[in-house]
Design a protein around this ligand. Structure first.
Ligand code: SF4
Ligand code: SF4
Ligand code: SF4
Length: 324
């Protein structure tokens, strides 16, 4: 039997939902373990120390999956260490690939975020306004340190060279299975590519008018609704009903999960190939199909923070942060 592929998982600034999608493979994971050997999985599964990874020989890991965005100096350090240890590095999930929802924090100053988190929430009792410090001396003798908080959220490829990208928040488990299958069979796309089925969410959506034998002509959107405004018809394209859906510009590796439960796509799958700035593309696509200025005004009223709406998963990867 051929040597097993040595695989590592490293979580940076994320919720570990991406790693849950690996566990969600259930019995398929057991099958995969005939071909792969998990040699590192931290901090989610194994309570290891930095040194356990640092002390590995370089290029010991065949394929490393890194999930989560980069916000702490610890994330930067560990991403660089993992890059040295891995022959192939995958940005796993939309946080690592594009910055994720936590990336929206880059629209606020560090001071704003600290004030909110450590002073102003209703459940916080912090009369002296003490913030966590990167280092502090306890009882005059114990020098304790915490990771330092960087000014902005960064994507993995803003720190290290990334070989492949997988979208989703989290990636759909069936797509994770397909990605592991591609690894095992060696059928990977060109370096720098997204591992994807190449279809947009609209392509896999059963509401797509093209699949229903409907009118293929471009239909302009004549009103903007949020899901709190009503219950969308379950069989009709959400965009055509006025519910803003990012299906046309998002990779459909999830199989249209949100549409299946009557929720518009919000773009976690990442951009369809050829698009370098997801939020700008989303704004341009949606803006171009709004019928008139009245509908544009409705969009701005319903979504007062358009940057957060269009860049929900992708702000750190776009051009907007570079201009702020
Ligand atoms: S991409 Fe989503 S599921 Fe994965 S770590 Fe980020 S927030 Fe969690
Ligand atoms: S815009 Fe949304 S609802 Fe309409 S076909 Fe595309 S994915 Fe489906
Ligand atoms: S439909 Fe869109 S937001 Fe929902 S899981 Fe799929 S890619 Fe993500």
């Amino acid at each position: 039997m051929a040597d097993k592929i040595k695989v590592g998982f490293l979580l940076l600034g994320g919720c570990a939902g991406c790693e849950m999608s690996v566990v969600d493979l259930s019995e398929k994971l057991v099958d995969a373990l005939e071909h792969i050997e998990i040699v590192f999985w931290a901090p989610t599964v194994a309570d290891v120390k930095y040194n356990d990874l640092e002390s590995m020989e370089d290029k010991t890991i065949d394929v490393a999956f890194i999930d989560g965005m980069v916000r702490l100096d610890e994330h930067i350090h560990m991403a660089k260490v993992m890059r040295k240890k891995a022959k192939t590095l995958i940005a796993f999930g939309v946080c690592a690939a594009l910055g994720g929802t936590a990336g929206l924090g880059s629209l606020h100053t560090k001071e704003d975020l600290f004030q909110k988190a450590f002073k102003n929430t209703p459940t916080t009792d912090n009369p002296d306004g003490i913030y966590p410090q990167p280092s502090c001396l306890v009882d005059g003798k114990y020098d304790l340190t915490l990771p330092a908080y960087e000014d902005k959220v960064r994507t993995l490829n803003q720190i290290v060279d990334v070989d492949y990208y997988i979208g989703g928040c989290p990636p759909h488990h069936s797509h994770v299975g397909a990605a592991i299958g591609a690894l095992v069979s060696g059928q990977l796309p060109a370096k720098g590519s997204w591992i994807t089925n190449g279809k947009a969410v609209c392509d896999v959506c059963t509401r797509n008018p093209a699949k229903q034998g409907g009118n293929l002509a471009r239909t302009m959107v004549d009103k903007v609704l949020r899901t709190v405004d009503g219950t969308p018809d379950a069989d009709t394209c959400l965009l055509q009903q006025g519910y803003i859906c990012f299906g046309p510009i998002t990779q459909g590796d999830c199989g249209g999960s949100c549409l299946n439960v009557n929720i518009p796509c919000r773009g976690c799958g990442g951009p369809i190939p050829g698009n370098e700035d997801y939020g700008a593309q989303a704004l341009s696509t949606i803006g171009s199909i709004l019928k008139d200025d009245t509908v544009t005004a409705q969009l701005m009223e319903k979504y007062p923070n358009l940057a957060k709406f269009f860049y929900r998963y992708a702000l750190p990867s776009g051009t907007l942060p570079k201009r702020m």
